[in-house]
Design a protein around this ligand. Structure first.
Ligand code: G3P
Length: 223
């Protein structure tokens, strides 16, 4: 299973890269705005210098031609840029054109398995169901992911499922159990993944036990 970082913050990306399990990055206009960035090109360039895996950059246009030309421009920033397009009829049309031109597309703002089926048929390389936002309106977000994985398996679609809008470690665990290809995780959730009170307690006990028998470090002998 691949882990992407869901952020446009370069410092977070550098820290997560050092952890050694970050396989890519997803951004969106809200995440860019959180960093105070109106123009994303320089930030995507900077991110692609740190990350070798897929880096999603979202278009702002909403019409077909606008999405296509913006997508081409974003896709040319670096080889690993993935063009993020919203799951609208216009987005699907633009996905088909860009996919035929060999650009990788991430279909975003996906809230149903049928939308995900359309994204795969249009040739999207990735699809991003938003589980947290679904949970918040009383729909089982991970249930939608399960349906998408089943449908893609039924027909052999190669579109990779990115579980997005992740709110807590349980979402990551459920995504792994379902067999989703990727989970894109906010930095604060990444930091929660490894924590367990018994790990902390066990480590403290190991160090305390060692402290009871350890000899004090001897100083260097003087000649
Ligand atoms: O990458 C987009 C997606 O993860 C958005 O998440 O937290 O805005 O629902 P959120």
């Amino acid at each position: 299973m691949k882990f992407f970082l869901d952020t446009a913050n370069l410092e977070e990306i550098k820290v997560a890269a050092a952890y050694g399990f970050m396989d890519g990055v997803t951004t969106n206009p809200s995440l860019m705005a959180r960093e105070g960035l109106g123009d994303q090109v320089k930030q995507i360039e900077a991110i692609c210098k740190v990350v070798t895996g897929p880096v999603s950059a979202e278009v702002l246009a909403t019409d077909i031609e606008g999405m296509i030309s913006e997508g081409r421009a974003l896709g040319k920033i670096a080889e690993n840029v993935v063009v993020k397009l919203p799951l609208t009829m216009q987005g699907l049309a633009a996905t088909k054109v860009l996919a035929e031109e060999r650009y990788k597309v991430n279909a975003t703002l996906v809230f149903s398995a049928l939308q995900a089926l359309l994204a795969a048929k249009a040739g999207a390389a990735f699809v991003s169901p938003f589980v947290g936002r679904l949970d918040e309106i009383g729909v089982d977000g991970m249930g939608v992911v399960e349906d998408i994985v089943t449908i893609y398996g039924n027909y052999g679609y190669e579109t990779e499922v990115i579980v997005a809008s992740v709110r807590h470690p349980q979402h990551v665990l459920q995504a792994a159990l379902i067999g989703a290809d990727i989970c894109t995780i906010p930095f604060k959730v990444v930091q929660q993944l490894s924590g367990h009170p018994l790990t902390d307690k066990g480590l403290a006990a190991f160090l305390a036990d060692h402290g009871k028998v350890a000899k004090p470090a001897s100083g260097r002998k003087k000649n």
